[in-house]
Design a protein around this ligand. Structure first.
Ligand code: G1P
Ligand code: ZN
Length: 543
């Protein structure tokens, strides 16, 4: 087996976004695109000589090929060992768990998360640090800088490695260790939750539907929910990961998980429904006739986490991304624990988790997680909900109304305008930024602006700074409006408008969400000029 040094030149469009590098699958399959980026990762982390890396992906189209290439490049660059999921599969949270449990020198995760897969879909790659979380900006900047000056990469000329059975083999001087993708993750879940209580819940006739959306969580959910917790066979549907996710859009929200929504709002609905995304880090939870927003889910989990053995000692603090509703802050205030507001993207939670400042974290984009790994974790959130349901023995709807009665309700919705013209979207953001200084004190749609800014963040642990993280317009405790452009898209731009309105009166807490936030929707339209600037009559997605 010989090591080849292959000449290459920089390729445009390799700047990592909110969560690693994402691009069209076809782009990734172009000559040297993947190789350039992988060599740049290796250079950006100071080389991989003698290191052990975790490797796996969500099984989407090109996953297997990319894994073979990465292993051969790691071997050629002197890596000592690769710990890889069987068949190249590892969900994102499982990859984080493996990095931590096996103490590897970081890992490479292949996924474009909730973006559609297949040959005509998206692909992605990211590097996670030894703590298990996504690389912070210092590292992604270094990786990007390397992509701009790369002149060659190293790869081993060798046959493909068989990844279909657990065990060790060698690739050049590097050991390839194929592991069960579920085992380490399942051990971790068993250590956090009261599996006996959940087993009793299922034994009592509790009915659940988990929609894995033909994506990576299928094997995990089947092994844990059906295999260990005793949910009847068939509780987990769409459980086999497919390279194109069955042609679907594996994003667990009411729009893309419509079949689950219909079932949960239909006749004879199960007690509890859940779904997860392409790589298993996002989640959606629904009770019978009761959709739970991710922002509310974070708040409810924070208020009830002590019911799970792993969190019985209480939480150190709760962190949420800036556009996530303020519901979790209300719980933190009552519990007398820290609450943190970070920029969008899981990488900003890492320092808070490492420093023991936050125990739970969440994002409005269906991401919830804790200090057990350094990624958001879809199945973890579902299991924590099950643990809470098993202990409280109330329906999801009862838990929600009791929560709102105690803390008040933050009605919440996000409106996305997808695939809009980039220049127009940037113009809209500039137009908003130009108004910031004059907004406080103004009344819009009957609500008075108390603060307006472009969110800037200084990490309380390491002092690193992030600016221009989204325009927020705050109407005291009553309402809030946030605008930002997506950092994960691969075509044009996506404008995200996040809206929330607080309601303390229990008698007014069961309105339809869009009606409840109507003044905030109108205020957003007026302040941003969405219709004229983007030429759109309405959003493509409403969560
Ligand atoms: C989106 C979500 C964000 C999440 C990220 C990765 O990023 O908004 O909360 O962390 O996906 O899953 P965006 O496209 O908004 O930059
Ligand atoms: Zn994801």
């Amino acid at each position: 087996m010989t090591i080849r040094t292959v000449k290459t030149t920089p390729i445009e469009g390799q700047k990592p976004g909110t969560s690693g590098l994402r691009a069209r699958t076809k782009k990734f399959m172009e000559p040297n695109f993947l190789e350039n980026f992988v060599q740049s990762i290796f250079a950006g982390v100071g080389g991989v000589e003698g290191k052990t890396l975790t490797l796996g992906g969500d099984g989407r189209y090109f996953n297997k090929r990319a894994i073979q290439t990465i292993m051969k490049m790691a071997a050629a660059n002197g890596a000592a060992r690769i710990v890889v999921g069987r068949d190249g599969i590892l969900s994102t949270p499982a990859a984080s768990a493996v990095i931590r449990a096996r103490k590897t020198d970081g890992g490479v995760i292949l996924s474009a998360s909730h973006n559609p897969g297949g040959e005509t879909g998206d692909f992605g790659i990211k590097y996670n640090i030894p703590a298990g979380g996504p690389a912070p900006e210092g590292i992604t900047d270094a990786i990007y800088a390397n992509t701009l000056q790369i002149s060659d990469y190293r790869i081993l000329d060798a046959p493909d490695v068989d990844l279909s059975a657990d065990g060790e083999s060698v690739l050049g001087d590097m050991v390839v260790e194929v592991i069960d993708p579920v085992a380490i993750y399942a051990d971790l879940m068993r250590s956090l939750f009261d599996f006996d209580a959940i087993r009793d819940l299922f034994a009592s006739g509790f009915r659940m539907r988990f929609d894995a959306m033909h994506a990576v969580t299928g094997p995990y959910a089947t092994a844990i929910i059906e295999g260990e917790l005793g949910a009847p066979k068939g509780a987990v549907v769409n459980a086999i990961p497919l390279p194109d996710f069955g042609g679907g859009h594996p994003d667990p929200n009411p729009v893309y998980a419509k079949a689950l929504m219909d079932e949960m709002f239909g006749a004879d609905a199960p007690d509890f429904g859940a779904a997860s995304d392409g790589d298993g880090d996002r989640n959606m939870v629904i009770g019978r006739n009761c959709y739970v927003t991710p922002s509310d889910s974070l708040a409810v989990l924070a208020a009830n986490a002590h019911l799970a053995p792993g969190y019985a000692a209480g939480l150190a603090g709760v962190a949420r991304s800036m556009p996530t509703s303020r519901a979790a802050d209300r719980v933190a205030a009552k519990l007398g624990i820290g609450s943190y507001e970070t920029p969008t993207g899981w990488k900003f939670f890492g320092t808070l988790l490492d420093a023991g400042k936050a125990t739970l974290c969440g994002e409005e984009s269906a991401g919830t997680g804790s200090n057990h790994v350094r990624e958001k974790d879809g199945l973890w959130a579902v299991l924590l909900w099950l643990n809470i349901l098993a202990r409280r023995r109330q329906s999801v709807a009862e838990i929600m109304s009791a929560h709102w009665a105690e803390y008040g309700r933050d009605y919440y919705s996000r409106h996305d305008y997808e695939g809009v013209d980039k220049a127009a979207a940037e113009g809209l953001m500039d137009h908003l930024r130009n108004q910031l200084a004059s907004l406080p004190g103004q009344t819009v749609e009957g609500m008075t602006v108390t603060a307006a800014d472009d969110f800037a963040y200084t990490d309380p642990v390491d002092g690193s700074k992030a600016s221009k993280q989204g325009v927020r317009v705050t109407f005291g405790d009553d309402a809030r409006l946030v605008f930002r452009l997506s950092g994960t898209g691969t075509v044009g731009a996506t404008l995200r408008v996040y809206m929330e309105r607080f309601e303390a009166d229990p008698a007014k807490q069961s309105e339809e969400t869009q009606a409840a936030i109507a003044p905030v929707i109108r205020a957003a339209a007026a302040l941003a000029g969405i219709r004229t600037r983007l030429g759109r009559d309405g959003p493509d997605v409403m969560t």
